[in-house]
Design a binder for this molecule. Structure first.
Ligand SMILES: [Zn+2]
Length: 500
């Protein structure tokens, strides 16, 4: 299909700090020419004013619809007990002019510091006829009111739902009645916000079928980002039947491509369901002390082999170290390639094998800020093996940074800051020996593109400062500097998607 992209010229930009400005021509979505004083006729000229140009940023793990939906949800992330959550919901219902029976969604509760489990009954006391759905901060558990169970046609439960009961509901939250204009508007706003941070593409791990939703969205003008959309095992046979392979373009605009088969092999830290070699420590136990294996090695191998035979790469969610061992073994046995998602707790000895297989570690450094306290409670005996980014680099494992939004905000600068200075507050960095340099963090945020070259993608970001300033090396100020970075302009295939 002939490209509709205008032919753009970024005039007067620096490829490296301190070098002379050059012009960069982008044609048909790719860098066509780089040089001083390129011919301007026929080009849409953007004056770079000497700005630094870097490759566009990618978020390698997002739940985009859920992220956009957070703007329509009650934030309960700062609550410390079930009573605080119900009080917040009661206030929201009292203060908002809701239709009778309108749905209320909330997000962000975390059970880690609570001394008891919440109940459906206490939520009913404040919810009345409103279906209330409260998503946990790591998205791995749900707390629902009785009216929500009825609205969703699901069996009533006396308390919060674990993954087995929750995920089927979470994947169908879009069935709850919401105003479609709100949905479109929130996705547009989330895309503009991402572009303002220099993001040009995402790997979308949304549960609902992105393969149909995204082409519809780009056709409706929601086209500021490249999107790689995944499938889950439930959708795998449909993808195979449609003969769609990873990398295939799915929409008219050429912005949406098929991504991986995503498989959630274990749970999460905060719900104590990450599948570990050693038991969790701490008091409240919700089952097996070593966590929970959702898919065993054999089934994982079968799924990956089937995907591989039909041209799909894999993306295996593995948070605990036992899950990581199984995932790497399953990739090796199946011949499939792809990524380990999260790899939050590792065993160092498996990393060389990951590198040998070319498996990408798709990691979310900002989680280390949120998970620091829970890790100290639940995994105090293995702190140095969490978010072991330095070990991964040393072993030669390719790194990709992401947010797992809505678990953390879709902000690559926040992820980079957490990767280089592992502290969100006044505390000393957590296991500073595992930190990345800013250059490494940036290189892990650009989808494998590490230089601006002819033939490379026309996905570019202009900055008014060097993100990797030498003089800040190893300081908290370096992280603050990264968090403050806001691009002057962002281009996707030469088309401007943000300017300031
Ligand atoms: Zn995720």
């Amino acid at each position: 299909m002939p490209s509709q992209d205008p032919h753009a010229l970024l005039a007067g930009v620096r490829l490296r700090p301190g070098t002379d400005p050059v012009d960069v021509r982008v044609r048909d979505g790719k860098i066509a020419e780089i040089g001083a004083h390129l011919r301007r006729s026929g080009a849409l000229v953007h004056d770079g004013g000497g700005a630094l140009v870097i490759p566009g940023l990618w978020d390698a793990h997002v739940h985009f619809g859920q992220w956009a939906a957070t703007t329509r949800r009650v934030d309960v992330s700062d609550t410390a007990a079930p009573e605080e959550v119900t009080a917040r919901i009661a206030r929201h219902i009292a203060e908002t002019d809701l239709e009778p029976g309108a749905v209320v969604q909330g997000f962000g509760w975390r059970i880690t510091d609570w001394d008891r489990l919440p109940t459906t009954a206490e939520l009913d006391d404040v919810a009345g006829d409103h279906p209330v759905v409260l998503i946990s901060g790591d998205c791995h558990a749900g707390w629902l009111s009785s009216a929500a169970f009825r609205a969703l046609g699901r069996p009533h439960r006396p308390g919060p739902l674990d993954e087995d009961d929750w995920f089927p509901i979470y994947t169908h939250l879009t069935d709850l009645p919401e105003d479609p204009r709100d949905v479109h508007g929130s996705i547009d706003a989330a895309m503009r916000d991402a572009a303002a941070k220099g993001v040009v593409g995402i790997v979308d791990m949304e549960f609902e079928s992105g393969r149909t939703a995204w082409p519809w969205r780009t056709a409706a003008g929601l086209d500021r980002l490249h999107v790689r959309t995944c499938t889950y095992p439930e959708g795998l046979e449909d993808v195979i039947a449609a003969r769609v392979r990873s990398g295939d373009v799915l929409d008219e605009a050429g912005m949406v491509t098929m991504g991986p088969l995503k498989i959630i092999s274990d749970g999460s830290l905060n719900t104590r369901t990450a599948w570990c070699c050693d038991p969790f420590l701490g008091d409240v136990s919700l089952g097996d002390p070593r966590g929970k294996q959702n898919v065993d090695r054999e089934e994982l191998t079968e799924l990956l082999a089937r995907a591989h035979a039909h041209g799909l790469v894999g993306a295996v969610h593995a948070i605990g170290d036992a899950a990581l061992l199984d995932a790497v073994a399953a990739f090796a046995a199946s011949g499939a390639r792809g990524s380990i998602e999260h790899a939050q707790l590792v065993r160092r000895e498996v990393l060389p094998r990951m590198a040998e297989l070319g498996l990408v570690a798709s990691v979310q450094p900002a989680h280390l800020l949120d998970d620091r306290d829970s890790t100290e409670d639940l995994w105090p005996d293995r702190l140095e093996r969490c978010f072991a980014l330095r070990w991964m680099v040393q072993a030669g494992v390719p790194l990709r940074l992401g947010s797992d939004a809505p678990v953390a905000p879709l902000d690559p600068w926040l992820a980079m800051a957490a990767a280089v200075h592992r502290s969100a507050d006044e505390r000393e960095p957590w296991a500073p020996e595992q930190a990345l340099t800013p250059q490494e963090a940036l290189a892990a945020s650009t989808d494998g593109i590490t230089s601006i070259e002819v033939g490379g993608p026309g996905d570019l970001v202009l900055l008014d400062d060097d993100p990797a300033r030498e003089d800040l090396h190893g300081t908290a100020e370096q992280a603050a500097h990264l968090r403050r970075m806001r691009p002057l302009a962002t281009f996707v295939r030469g088309r401007i998607t943000h300017s300031r």
